[in-house]
Each structure stands twice: as structure tokens, then as C-alpha cells.
Design a protein around this ligand. Sequence first.
Ligand code: NAD
Length: 325
Amino acid sequence: NTMFSNFIQLSDGNEMPLTGYGLWDVDAAICADQVYAAIKEGYRCFDGACDYGNEMEAGLGIARAIQDGLVQRKELFIVSKLWCTFHDPEHVKTIAQRQLSDWGLEYFNLYLIHFPVALEYVDPSKSYPPGWAASSDPNVKDVTFAHIPMHKTWAAMENLVEQGLTRSIGISNFDTQLINDLFSYARISPAVLQIEHHPYLTQPRLVNYAQARGIAITAYCSFGPQSAVAAKLANVSKLDSLLDHQLIKKISSDHDKSPSQVLLRWATQRGIAVIPKSKNLERMRQNMDMQWNLEDSEIEAISDLNQGLRLNDPVLHGFNVPVFS
Ligand code: NAD
């Protein structure tokens, strides 16, 4: 029954689970245990990144789960991302190898360009992960751009596939113009586009454009302001929570599901993957339940909540990186 399929077919022939476990903001100290617990609960896809600073710990959780016979490597779908300071083709392979070695893996299932922004190289021996501003002083918010055209970074990403370091490659936080440009030179099409996508920021043009070109979408910030509130972004704390929104609450009680499940199903039922994270076992289970459907009219009503509200923008964190218009 494709209606309840738990996988997305990628354009390169690989399959990606519709639900994954996001690793941003998972403390390194508890990350191995979280990953282990998530595998035990049935999660097979993990969304990591150099920038999250917990790849080694995530890898330890995976190694333990494999050792204990909970799962085999081939059943897992491990995602990681190229950070902005490593866009120079001469750094792409070296950093991907370092990330693989941190995870203790021989290959990633999917490796994404985290942001379409090339920043000045930072030697990992000086600072790792370097973050937006490569300064050890947290008050320094200036960034230094690097002049590296995307076609060079993408060619290096394609080499990673050919050399077996990753099965699929993709992009994150790209907009239509740059994706269109990318298709003019890509030998390997991006399999996945990971973007902020929730009822307050639906990005219908970008989603339709990408899907029409065979790019699978992964949504982040599925709960909208929830993650920004958790990240203590003062300017969004006043926003109406989506989890408490009247419409979401009404639909969730009609289906006997939680508001969070409605927000996730709103995405997955349209073939959009989600990567929520919770430390709470009950929520971890809830967030994976895809064996039910919303009415089309409910999906449309939820989409109508769109207000073009972007939450994951480095400018909101004080960094002068105008990635988004
Ligand atoms: P998230 O999934 O952590 O969700 C936000 C908040 O919701 C968290 O505080 C969590 O505790 C809470 N929550 C989780 N399940 C819940 C439930 N069932 N009921 C109530 N509350 C619940 O955060 P996110 O920002 O949506 O990020 C998800 C993942 O997306 C990240 O871990 C990361 O892997 C990825 N991400 C990628 C980018 C990018 O630039 N590519 C940016 C942001 C996040």
C-alpha cells in the first residue's frame, strides 16, 4: 500500500525513510544514548551534520546498536552535511572522510550541502566544528565569505558518490534560482532538498519546483516556532505555537492524534520526509506513526496557515549571513 509507504524513492534509485531522527541540539553527552534509544524505537534514519558537533557520539550509539544486534548498517540511512567552510573542492573529500571516521562509518547514505554559502576555510585543528563565525569569542558575529562557485563544490560532491563515500548527494536551504542553475551542470542530480517547512512557512513554489524536478523534500522545523523557542530566539517566543493552534488541535482531536502528529502527517502525506527529534520515548513513538491519513481538505486548511515566517535564519542569531531574502 503506497499510501502508507514509509520510504521515498530518490531519483538516483536509493530509498530514504519518510521519518528520521534529527540530531541538531542533541547534547554530545547524551547523543550516543539518544541514538541507541531511537534505533530501539524503530528509527532507521538519522539527520546529522558537522555543525551539530555530535557526529562521533551519534556514531557510538549506532555502533552499540549494531553490536547488540538491534540493527544492521544496511538498514540504516545516515545523513550528514558539508559545512560552509569546506566548500572548496580541495577540502570536500578530506572533511567528508573525517566526518565518516567520526561516525565510524564507511559511507553516508546522503550527504548534503548544508547552506549555499561558501565561507573562508577554517582548519579543523584550530576549531571544529567552526560554526558561522570562526572565532572562539562567542561575541564575534562577523563571517568571511569565500569565492567558490557552486559548480566546483557540486563536482566535488559528485566525486564523493563515485568514490563510494556517500550513496546520494543533495542540498539544503537552496532556492529555486540556484537549483535551476545547478541543473545546468550537474552530472548527478541532487536527490534531496532539505528545507524549513511547516504551516507558517510552506514555500509552495520551491516545493513544487523541486518535486517536479524529481528532488525529494525533507522538512525541518516541522513544529514551527517550537524549535526556535527551544533555541531561545527571543523574537519568535511571542508567536502562536503551532502545537496549540486551534485548527491543529481541532484536527488532532478529530483523528485522536496529537497536534505534533498532525503537523508531521501534513508533510509526510504529501511525500515530504520529516526529521523530528524528541528525548521523550512516548513522543519518539508518536513522531513515527504514519499509519493514518488526514483529509485532503484538512491538508489544505493547514497549508492556508502559511505566513512566510522563516525561523531558521542565521541573521536571527545575529550573524551577518544574508542567505535568505
Ligand atoms: P525538533 O525536531 O527538535 O523540534 C522542535 C522541538 O519540538 C524540540 O524542542 C522537541 O523537544 C519538541 N518536540 C519533539 N517532538 C514533540 C512532540 N511529539 N510533541 C511536542 N513537542 C515535541 O527541531 P527542528 O528544528 O524541527 O529540527 C529537526 C531536525 O532538522 C534537526 O534536528 C536537524 O537535524 C534538522 N535541521 C536542519 C537544518 C538545516 O539547515 N538543514 C536546520 C534546522 C534543523
